[in-house]
Design a protein around this ligand. Structure first.
Ligand SMILES: Cc1ncc(C[n+]2csc(CCOP(=O)(O)OP(=O)(O)O)c2C)c(N)n1
Ligand code: SF4
Length: 536
């Protein structure tokens, strides 16, 4: 046993390494990014040649992990919650094909939306796909869960999900690590028809998935992450995942006599949950995320007995906390650090010297002669162009939506119709939209704000670096209407002129604003200096 002080995300990474994975597949997204970064930087990864580079998006990541599973080896695929929307087609259908080598899907949810557009709850997806999900409450459980889930996936022959949340992913605890397991050998899946989801086979596979539900529920009831109540109190809490810690913190601090049942594995083990609720007069359902199980439990046990997010006993949205649990239990408890007293809040802003600033300055001036100034934005550092001093974009919905929304608005009659997208977002979900726009010969302009990195999530490699001109041309944009500008103050007048020329072109034009992110450039320079001084 070896002890390490690790973030929850890093504990997941260590669990995967120690469980003998042959690959990690991922697209960055807070709060999941550190899982892959930890694996990329681990000495074991080099020694064992664990495959670990970033994928173009979550769907390509998921399918590649599925391919590794088909070949008999173990893999994990990691993403933030909204990434699962992108991978959903592959994910849902992989429940039907099943797996060979263990496949664990780690999804990091972001309740309270610290750095996300929504707070969707991944447990819905697991229930939708009828797959098992484990929701660790602590960093140690996160580590243990990956090892358990990879074994379980091979045993039951389906992908197993692990759901973590920001608070767990980004806080540290000491983890005991186990000795590493050897990776699986290459052994291709030869089971006839299993992977060919033609209707006749798919129907059989679906029947098999339904049959497995009882086995999965039995596993949940015997889960190593399940805790049965110690107290016999008639007042109960059904605590799921990390909410268990919040409940226990308040109970211990106030010396309360409450029966707490902890659930960390799904499908919900219905029988033991029903028995617990039947034995109580009142049960608080504490689940981090949507009131998914509260809703179904209310259906069985009625509104009088069940308390939770739906009746306002707990807040309807946002993260739970010991404070929220204390209010729900009617006791005094506060661990709030009054950070407002010593940390001055300030609105987020683009870094000084950032190329996106000069792109927006040029764009705003180029558009100043038009009456309708509607620029469709996207997700990345450049979304901050929505705020003062630029106020340059009107939308930010999901990755890739800038250009397809500009296309739709152009088709509705808007001119100029402009989308602005980052280089990583473009290769993640923008390319197919550009193909549509080129095929439909839409009058619109796409600006790719290319800083050669995925800056917003910490500067990971961007899949399209040095390939954007060829990609746009191959997708049908004419060479003369793919223009490169350098977003620097000294090129401002030229950039405004180029933007105006392309806005007036009656077809699809692309302007690539190309300048490396100053933070990534500084980091690379520091790393190069460090390597040089190591050599000397
Ligand atoms: C489906 C999905 N996956 C991942 C993310 C997290 N994320 C937001 S923007 C972004 C990419 C940013 O890179 P880029 O488009 O190059 O813009 P930059 O931040 O470099 O300006 C990522 C990974 C997300 N919001 N949605
Ligand atoms: S991290 Fe890079 S891209 Fe993001 S605001 Fe700073 S300089 Fe701009």
């Amino acid at each position: 046993m070896k002890n390490d002080l690790l973030l929850g995300a890093e504990a997941i990474a260590c669990g995967a390494i120690d469980a003998g994975i042959s690959g990690v597949y991922a697209y960055p997204g807070t709060p999941s990014t550190e899982i892959t970064e930890f694996i990329q930087n681990s000495p074991e990864t080099k020694e064992r040649k664990i495959r670990c580079s970033w994928a173009a998006n979550e769907k390509t990541a998921y399918e590649a992990a599925l391919g590794m599973s088909y070949a008999g080896k173990r893999s994990i695929v990691c993403m933030k919650h909204v990434g699962l929307n992108v991978a959903a087609d592959a994910f849902m259908n992989s429940a039907m094909t099943g797996v060979k080598g263990g496949l664990v899907v780690v999804v990091a949810d972001d309740p309270s939306m610290h750095s996300s557009q929504n707070e969707q709850d991944t447990r819905y997806y697991a229930r939708f796909a009828m797959l098992p999900l484990i929701e660790p409450a602590t960093q140690q459980e996160a580590y243990d869960a990956v090892i358990y889930a990879l074994d379980y996936s091979e045993e039951i022959q389906v992908p197993v999900m692990i759901r973590i949340v920001t608070r767990l992913s980004h806080s540290r605890a000491v983890i005991s690590r186990r000795p590493s397991r050897e990776p699986n050998d290459l052994s291709l899946d030869t089971q006839a028809g299993k992977w060919i989801l033609l209707p006749a086979i798919a129907r059989r596979r679906y029947a098999l998935l339904i049959e497995k539900q009882a086995v999965m529920e039995a596993h949940s009831a015997n889960s190593p992450f399940f805790r049965k109540p110690i107290s016999q109190s008639k007042k109960g809490i059904l605590a799921m995942g990390i909410s268990y810690n919040y409940a226990m913190e308040v109970i211990v601090a106030n010396n309360l006599d409450i029966a707490v049942m902890k659930i960390s594995q799904y499908p919900l083990p219905h029988d033991i949950v029903a028995e617990f609720i039947e034995g109580c007069d009142e049960v608080l359902i504490a689940e981090e995320g949507y009131p998914i199980y509260e809703e179904s439990i209310r259906g069985f046990f009625g509104n009088n007995k069940i308390k939770g997010r739906l009746d306002g006993t707990l807040p309807r949205m946002g993260e739970l906390s010991p404070d929220a649990l204390a209010v729900a239990l009617g006791v005094e408890y506060s661990v709030k650090l009054h950070t407002d007293d010593w940390v001055v809040g300030r609105p987020p802003a683009l870094c000084v010297g950032c190329g996106h600033r000069d792109t927006y300055a040029a764009l705003n001036e180029a558009l100043s002669i038009y009456e309708d100034r509607h620029v469709f934005g996207d997700i990345g550092c450049y979304t901050l162009g929505a705020l003062p001093p630029f106020g340059a974009i009107k939308t930010c919905v999901d990755m890739g939506a800038s250009l397809t929304m500009a296309k739709g608005a152009a088709e509705a009659g808007l001119h100029p119709a402009i989308g602005i997208i980052g280089d990583s977002t473009f290769t993640h979900s923008g390319m197919t939209g550009l193909l549509d726009a080129a095929n439909d010969k839409v009058r619109m302009t796409l600006i790719i704000s290319d800083n050669s990195t995925t800056a917003m999530t910490g500067g990971q490699d961007s899949a399209g670096t040095n390939k954007l001109v060829q990609i746009c041309n191959a997708l049908g944009v004419e060479k003369e209407h793919i223009r490169i500008i350098i977003p620097l103050p000294k090129h401002h007048e030229d950039n405004v002129k180029i933007l105006r020329e392309e806005i007036e072109y009656n077809g699809v034009s692309v302007i690539i604003a190309q300048r490396e992110c100053v933070q990534t450039a500084a980091r690379k320079a520091k790393e190069a200096a460090r390597l040089k001084s190591n050599k000397e």
